[in-house]
Write a protein that binds this ligand. Structure first.
Ligand SMILES: Cc1cc2nc3c(=O)[nH]c(=O)nc-3n(C[C@H](O)[C@H](O)[C@H](O)COP(=O)(O)OP(=O)(O)OC[C@H]3O[C@@H](n4cnc5c(N)ncnc54)[C@H](O)[C@@H]3O)c2cc1C
Length: 503
């Protein structure tokens, strides 16, 4: 059982580094989203490393893509995501289950803040989708025993607003189109990735409490530069320059207090992992790594309706489209509201709602013929072209609700315009990478293993789901390089559910 985090162990900024000073750490993690904090937790709990540091730009953890309002809050297990092949679904399922296992280690109140159990289904509408979904059920159900095939009347029992023309009335007629769904009655379906990040950090602090080991959380601090340095004995360490980060703060020119407060400090780290979302690529490329990639940021917006769904309702994916179809989800932070989305808007920014990140986007775009070719390959397919244009229109005030209504009615046929509200300020940016050499859009995450001791993780969806699994990859590399103690058996039992030690 994970120790309950005491008030003293709840994540908060460290006492504050001294400007100009140089401190030492074993592992420095850049980025306090769900990926960086998952690694912090695993290193604190399963290794004996003496000093761990996490540096996060904002004053709180998980304020970018892992923020509860930025993503769809889904644990992607591969059972209702029809854009996953069976092979990918089984891979994602293994890492997705790690979140549930982590949650089982927590006290009940902490677990209830992070992980939520609801029904979920993927809905097929019209004959071609229905027959594809029935085939999918045959293929997938042996691997996902909780799956049920739902005919129209059963869908109406699970989700009246989906199968009936008027979900408020039990005697309302069923909608006329062919309808079938794959449902999972009750499972851990939703995660508040912001609360999960806070929990990881709190549990990392709890894991070292009472020992000489230290976990140093430096919030409100921006990593400005990472310089690899190799000593005469061949050992490489990394000098990391960190500066206080107070977006929006203004000071008088020449104010000596402000200058001192903004002065950088340095941390010498034996190993560095950058989990800074799209900024991981920017930082890698500043050091000359990952130059084979360009970045296509895809923002996602959401719409709110009143409470129409009991669980998550996904729709069947058009396989010509590279991004997941919209779905409806009860919002875990706003009881009584259903969130529909996300849309897929090509947005020239590395961070949503931070206009200055446009210039950072220009740096990682690295526009050349191979990038243009990938754009051309996307735009020449009519389905993708129309989809991109439609998603642009989803952002136009007045028009957007009317257009989105059409799409959302695939899930809730009786939805009315007055029920639909654009979720202002919601939705992050998925940093989709383009592999320039292979001239293709990559859909999953990327890990740039720049050099021994330095790695950069770029994590579009389903990066939240895979946070603990991806962290194990970094943990293994750290253990191998630094030769520290590692309680592998405990990790495998707690996070993978292994019943006996691996050989
Ligand atoms: C619309 C949308 C829907 C999604 N839905 C899902 C879903 O349902 N399920 C799922 O599994 N995934 C989903 N995702 C993906 C998921 O949100 C991300 O993969 C995940 O949050 C990435 O976590 P991260 O820690 O890598 O990045 P982030 O959460 O973005 O954290 C990166 C951190 O690095 C910090 N940082 C950046 N630069 C620096 C620097 N120089 N110094 C210090 N700190 C720095 C940032 O401030 C930030 O806190 C969705 C994403 C979007 C946009």
């Amino acid at each position: 059982m994970v120790t309950p985090a005491t008030a003293a162990e709840r994540p908060s900024p460290s006492a504050g580094p001294v400007p100009g000073a140089e401190t030492q750490t074993d592992v420095l993690i850049v980025g306090g989203g769900v990926c960086g904090t998952a690694l912090l937790f695993e290193l604190a709990r399963y290794t004996d490393l003496g000093h761990l540091t996490l540096v996060e730009r904002y004053d709180q953890l998980a304020q970018v893509n892992s923020k509860a309002s930025s993503n769809s809050q889904t644990i992607h297990c591969g059972d209702i995501e029809t854009n996953y092949t069976l092979e990918k679904a089984l891979k994602v399922k293994r890492t997705a289950e790690m979140i549930e296992r982590y949650a089982a280690l927590l006290s009940e109140p902490e677990r209830n803040r992070c992980v939520f159990r609801t029904p979920k289904m993927v809905l097929a509408v019209g004959e071609p989708e229905c027959s594809a979904l029935r085939q999918r059920f045959e293929l997938f159900s042996p691997h996902f025993p909780a799956m049920e095939l739902l005919e129209k009347a059963e869908i109406a029992e699970w989700e009246p607003h989906v199968a009936r023309l008027d979900g408020e009335r039990a005697d309302s007629p069923l909608r006329p189109e062919p309808l079938v769904a794959i449902g999972i009655r009750r499972a851990a379906t939703a995660v508040d990735y912001e609360a999960l990040s806070q929990s990881f950090a709190a549990q990392a602090l709890a894991a070292v409490a009472g020992s000489p080991r230290q976990v140093d959380l430096q919030l409100g601090s921006r990593v400005e530069a990472i310089t690899p340095e190799t000593a005469a004995d061949g050992t490489t360490t990394f000098l990391v320059e960190v500066r206080p980060h107070h977006p929006g703060a203004r000071s008088q020119p020449g104010d000596p207090n402000a200058q001192a407060a903004a002065a950088p400090h340095r941390i010498r780290a034996r190993h560095v992992v950058v989990s800074a979302g799209a900024h991981s690529l920017l930082m890698a490329q500043n050091l000359g790594f990952g130059l084979e990639y360009s970045c296509l940021p895809v923002a996602g917006s959401f719409y709110f309706t009143p409470d129409l769904l009991r669980g998550k309702v996904y729709t069947v994916q058009n396989d010509k489209l590279p991004f997941a179809a919209i779905h409806g989800d009860p919002d875990v932070r706003s009881p009584g509201q259903t969130r529909f989305g996300p849309t897929a808007l090509l947005l020239p920014m590395l961070e949503r709602y931070r206009p200055a990140s446009f210039f950072e986007f220009l740096k990682v775009l690295r526009l050349d013929l191979s990038v243009l070719l990938v754009f051309w390959q996307l735009f020449r397919i009519a389905d993708i072209r129309n989809y991109i244009l439609k998603n642009l229109l989803f952002e136009v005030p007045w028009l957007r609700r009317r257009l989105f209504l059409d799409d959302a009615r695939k899930i809730v046929p009786g939805l009315q315009l007055a029920d639909l509200r654009f979720a202002e300020g919601f939705g992050g940016v998925r940093p989709q990478l383009i592999h320039k050499g292979e001239q293709r859009l990559m859909l999953g995450e990327a890990r740039i293993a720049a050099m021994p001791g330095l790695a950069f993780n770029v994590t579009p969806s389903p990066g939240g789901t895979c946070c603990l699994g991806n962290a194990v990859t970094d943990l293994e590399a750290i253990v191998e390089r630094l030769g520290c103690g590692f309680d592998r058996q405990r990790l495998e039992q707690e996070l993978y559910g292994a019943t006996s030690p691996s050989p």
